[in-house]
Design a protein around this ligand. Structure first.
Ligand code: 5GP
Ligand code: ZN
Length: 148
């Protein structure tokens, strides 16, 4: 536990949350600043700042919990779509420095007009480039070496 971490304090029960799910390694609760109704946070109980610092056992537990939480959130909110988002590092939009996955329901287009203040889900900017073979070759070499 990190004494200065708000999510560690939620895990420890020192700060309340609207809990949805808990097992030995994972906690899920509603986000206090939802982008749409049902916006959920899924966190490891273990404190790690970014995903690459998370021990395998905690990563596996989160991986097992996510599909059932996505299924339940979609079913309960009546949405057919959602975004699962995981920000790593301040420049990537991470504000709370404890690993967390967002499950953000995406209301259907015709429901978005009615959603109003409840939120229309995640808006995505996707400034795609084009991958050339030389760059791809270099990246494959470097990343596969880094995986070893
Ligand atoms: P990030 O930008 O780090 O990926 O997202 C952090 C999220 O945590 C935000 O969506 C924010 O609303 C949520 N959040 C911050 N503090 C609290 C809190 O004390 N309780 C809950 N339930 N959510 C929080
Ligand atoms: Zn923490």
């Amino acid at each position: 536990m990190d004494d200065n971490c708000i999510f560690c304090k939620i895990v420890a029960g020192q700060i309340p949350c609207h809990k949805l799910y808990e097992d030995g390694r994972v906690l899920a609760f509603l986000d206090v600043g939802p982008l749409s109704p049902g916006h959920t946070l899924v966190i490891p109980k273990h404190h790690a700042v970014t995903l690459d610092d998370l021990p395998d056992e905690d990563a596996a537990a989160i991986g097992a919990a996510l599909p059932k939480l996505v299924k339940a959130v979609k079913s309960a909110t009546g949405t057919q779509a959602c975004n699962v988002l995981q920000n790593n590092g301040e420049i990537a939009g991470q504000v709370v420095m404890h690993v967390h996955f967002h499950i953000i329901p995406k209301p259907a287009a015709d429901a978005q007009a009615d959603a109003g203040a409840a939120g229309t889900g995640l808006g995505i900017g996707w400034p795609a480039g084009k991958l050339d073979d030389a760059t791809a070759g270099e990246l494959v070499k470097k990343i596969t070496v880094a995986l070893d």
